[in-house]
Design a protein around this ligand. Structure first.
Ligand code: FAD
Length: 255
């Protein structure tokens, strides 16, 4: 509010000053946690979509295959209530949870990056709202930071809009050219890649917050534990998710 009114303000300090892994990008954080918990005996099963969550006596059964006494869900709240085959009014309420999707376009370039990290683009004629010189986050993010650089461009997309992958890449490159970030010929582009995140940003609208409140009540009554940005449908960042994960596990262990 203050910065919108033109009053100088520092904003979110944690978004301006943070640690970034020297090697392996942000994925290194998750790999490191996984390695630690795996060595403690965690069994991880990957690549299975949760379609059904049922309560049978004192057990939870997922997809008719996995069974447990306790269930912690981090999948999006709307998908959880569907998997639980909740009553019709609850499934209907879940459709009011608002969110935005996000497309990320990565562009690898020949040439050294300028001395910048991330840049906001408050311009409706440009498809993206932000781009980052991700190669400046660590000298190991390119094979040689004196010869190569890389950019990440972020485009918010309302979930109702159908994504056209080729068009998104084209629009990103057009925007970078228009801003003078890359040359008109684009001769320095080595390759580009697109990632689409269907669930990117939960939106805290009045309608969405109301729906969330009712769904959380339903979840509490059901006995399932929910965690994370999508599990609890709150705009949380990674630090907060890790903090809440530790708190939840400590609570369970102390019972
Ligand atoms: C593009 C982008 C940029 C971000 N940048 C930052 C940043 O700079 N700093 C920061 O701190 N945070 C950032 N975040 C947020 C951070 O990634 C999230 O806070 C964090 O990943 C949330 O963790 P989570 O476990 O709650 O959810 P997620 O990491 O989203 O995990 C939920 C998982 O559930 C899976 N899933 C969904 N439905 C089902 C189903 N039916 N069955 C099985 N699995 C399912 C999904 O595939 C996903 O793997 C960013 C997020 C995005 C999308």
């Amino acid at each position: 509010m203050r910065s919108g009114a033109g009053v100088p303000t520092e904003g979110y300090r944690e978004q301006a000053i943070f640690y970034y892994p020297l090697r392996g990008g942000v994925q290194a954080l998750y790999d490191s946690v996984l390695e630690k918990v795996s060595s403690m005996g965690l069994r991880l099963v990957r690549g299975i979509e949760v379609r059904e969550v049922r309560r049978v006596e004192d057990r939870w059964i997922v997809n008719g295959v996995f069974e447990g006494r306790k269930l912690i869900s981090t999948i999006p709240l709307n998908e959880l209530v569907e998997a639980m085959a909740a009553q019709e009014d609850i499934v209907k309420i879940a459709k009011h949870l608002d969110y935005n999707s996000l497309a990320v376009v990565g562009v690898a370039l020949e040439g050294k990056a300028p001395d910048m990290h991330w840049v906001y683009v408050p311009d409706r004629s440009i498809a993206f709202h932000r781009y980052s010189w991700i190669s400046n986050y660590s000298p190991y993010n390119t094979p040689d930071p004196n010869r190569y650089s890389s950019i990440l461009v972020e485009i918010s997309i309302p979930p109702a809009i159908e994504v056209n992958p080729e068009r998104l890449v084209e629009e990103s490159l057009e925007g970078l050219k228009k801003l003078g970030v890359i040359s008109e010929s684009g001769g320095e582009i080595l390759f580009s890649k697109l990632w689409v995140h269907r669930y990117a940003y939960p939106l805290h609208t009045i309608q969405s917050n109301k729906a969330r409140e009712r769904l959380m009540e339903f979840i509490r009554e059901s006995g399932v534990m929910v965690l994370g940005r999508w599990g609890t449908w709150r705009y949380l960042n990674t630090d907060k998710i890790l903090e809440e994960s530790l708190r939840l596990v400590t609570n369970i262990n102390s019972r």
